[in-house]
Design a protein around this ligand. Structure first.
Ligand code: NAD
Length: 498
């Protein structure tokens, strides 16, 4: 690995966060690497500065890609079974440190500790195990015949995958790509989000301890416009997997165009929760309230409640009563249901949406302000009604605990409203009729649709967005289609000497 030059003052190389010691330097070629500059990681729980994290740029990005390139041939030559053994050992070590990872992630991004312990971090483990096993057992290598010739299809490692992720579920979203990329035989450079970078560094340490060879997995920390931009412009990168916002995806698409680097984009949404007049109202209210999970910072959240006219009053009444029981508080407390939002700049952005909605003539049915008892990061769960058709609050992604409610008369009107944005990530339909559900699911434009449920996700299923919500699908074989080079080899029936 080429040494990374550092100049100026080198900041402290580790931080103590929630009782966990985490190295704040990059992880490149199996070594910790400092940068001259740092950025702060601030806890949304109470605004405490948790760490000064190494702030990488082109030098660190190029070094990480070079290290991943150097490690690629040996990693790619391993069989899926050999790679799988190593990935399972990494998963074992992650599993043994779920508590540390959960504490670290909660301190860094403010999501609920109990969700991290019981749902998110176990899913991180599964992301590694599932794709390791998929490469071994499920990736069928089809053989078909053309005029007596045999076509053999294989999934070959492609090179270095750059994985850029957002802050709302940092390690879960990263490993959902790291798992299949490594199982494919690619090596990886991960760029964690600057608002919640710490679990990526800790994960690198756990993977190293478990025996992942040097250079196979690298972490470059830093700002998107610096470290992220340098990684996406690097011609030695073979895949870019980006999860984040639409404006950033456009910048990355331009950077990738110069090298024709294939990109997978998983972007924002403005998903509908459609509640038909034959729905079980209690279920509908439960599903609507669920859209506040993670303080509304979920790409898939069905934040547009579309309620059929006949049940709108009854629904609003029950929703209001349920919303009043939501326990907002410190995300480390067991009984907290909604914690803080990630950053004061983000809180300001969300409140800007609410203020402009009011100026547009909308009504704040519920919330719409900061919960001063808890501090400036804690936005109250909010419901907005009567927003004018086409207004910003009904069409743009807010990414906070803000739901809107609209009513419709016929199913066709409901469908038109549901499909009426530039996004197409997900949709939820609540109805007592299978026939009506199927009519909706046939015509809804969305990568994932849930009927009478929400957030049920199988790693074998395709996942991604339509329209501006993304390009491509991941999950199961779709992940391997992206990270690998899919190859067809044609054998002639003749020409053999033996
Ligand atoms: P963002 O686009 O601002 O940043 C995402 C990542 O991109 C960060 O790591 C950032 O550092 C990096 N980045 C920023 N500018 C870059 C550049 N020029 N070049 C390379 N990298 C750059 O998004 P965010 O605010 O962190 O996350 C919220 C967004 O992510 C929302 O739109 C949300 O819907 C979306 N999201 C989508 C999914 C999905 O699976 N579809 C999942 C979670 C979040």
């Amino acid at each position: 690995m080429p040494p990374v030059p550092t100049k100026g003052k080198i900041a402290m190389s580790y931080a103590e966060v929630a009782g966990v010691r985490v190295d704040t330097r990059h992880w490149i070629g199996g070594e910790r690497v400092a940068s001259a500059g740092t950025f702060e990681s601030v806890s949304p729980i109470d605004g405490t500065v948790l760490a000064h994290v190494a702030r990488g740029g082109r030098v660190e990005a190029d070094a990480a890609v070079a290290a991943a390139r150097a490690a690629f041939p040996a990693w790619a030559r391993l069989t899926p079974v050999e790679r799988g053994e190593i990935l399972h050992r990494v998963a074992d070590n992650v599993e043994a440190h779920i508590e540390e990872l959960a504490q670290l992630e909660t301190a860094d991004n403010g999501s609920l500790l109990r969700s991290h312990r019981r749902g998110v971090m176990p899913r991180v483990v599964l992301n590694l195990r599932f794709f390791a096993d998929y490469a071994i057992n499920e990736l069928s290598h089809p053989v078909f015949e053309t005029r007596g010739h045999e076509n053999h299809v294989s999934w070959d490692p492609s090179g270095v995958a750059v994985i850029i992720t957002p802050w709302n579920a940092p390690l879960m979203l990263a490993t959902w790509r790291i798992g299949p990329a490594l199982a494919s035989g690619d090596t990886v450079v991960a760029k964690p989000p600057e608002w919640a970078p710490l679990t990526a560094s800790y994960f690198a340490q756990l993977a190293h301890e478990a025996g992942l060879p040097a250079g196979v997995f690298n972490v470059v920390q830093g700002l998107g416009t610096e470290a992220g931009a340098a990684l996406t412009a690097n011609p030695d990168v073979s895949r870019i997997c980006f999860t984040g916002s639409v404006p950033t995806a456009k910048v990355i698409a331009h950077a990738a165009a110069d090298n024709l680097t294939p990109c997978s984009f998983e972007l924002g949404g403005k998903s509908p929760t459609v509640i038909l007049d034959d729905a079980d109202l209690d279920l509908a209210v439960d599903l609507a309230i669920e859209q506040y999970d993670n303080a509304g910072q979920v790409c898939l959240a069905g934040t547009r409640l579309l309620v059929q006219e006949g049940i709108a009053d009854a629904f609003t009444e029950r929703f209001r009563a349920r919303a009043a029981t939501i326990r907002q508080g410190d995300p480390r407390d067991e009984d907290t249901q909604i914690g803080p939002n990630i950053h004061l700049r983000h809180v300001e952005r969300v409140l800007g949406f609410v203020d402009r909605a009011k100026a547009d003539g909308a009504t704040v049915v519920y919330g719409g302000e900061v919960n001063d008892d808890l501090g400036p990061h804690y936005l109250r769960p909010t419901l907005i009604a009567d927003a004018p058709a086409g207004s910003e609050i009904l069409t743009q992604e807010v990414f906070g605990p803000v739901l809107t409610m609209q009513t419709f008369s016929t199913d066709d009107e409901g469908l038109a409203l549901a499909n009426g944005t530039e996004f197409g990530l997900a949709a939820c339909v609540v109805t007592g009729s299978r026939e009506r559900a199927e009519a909706f699911t046939r015509h809804l434009v969305a990568g994932t649709i849930w009927v009478n449920c929400f957030f049920v996700r199988d790693l074998a299923a395709p996942f991604g967005g339509s329209r501006r919500s993304g390009i491509g699908r991941e999950g199961g074989v779709w992940s391997f289609d992206f990270y690998a080079d899919v190859k067809n080899t044609v054998y002639a029936p003749n020409g053999w000497r033996e």
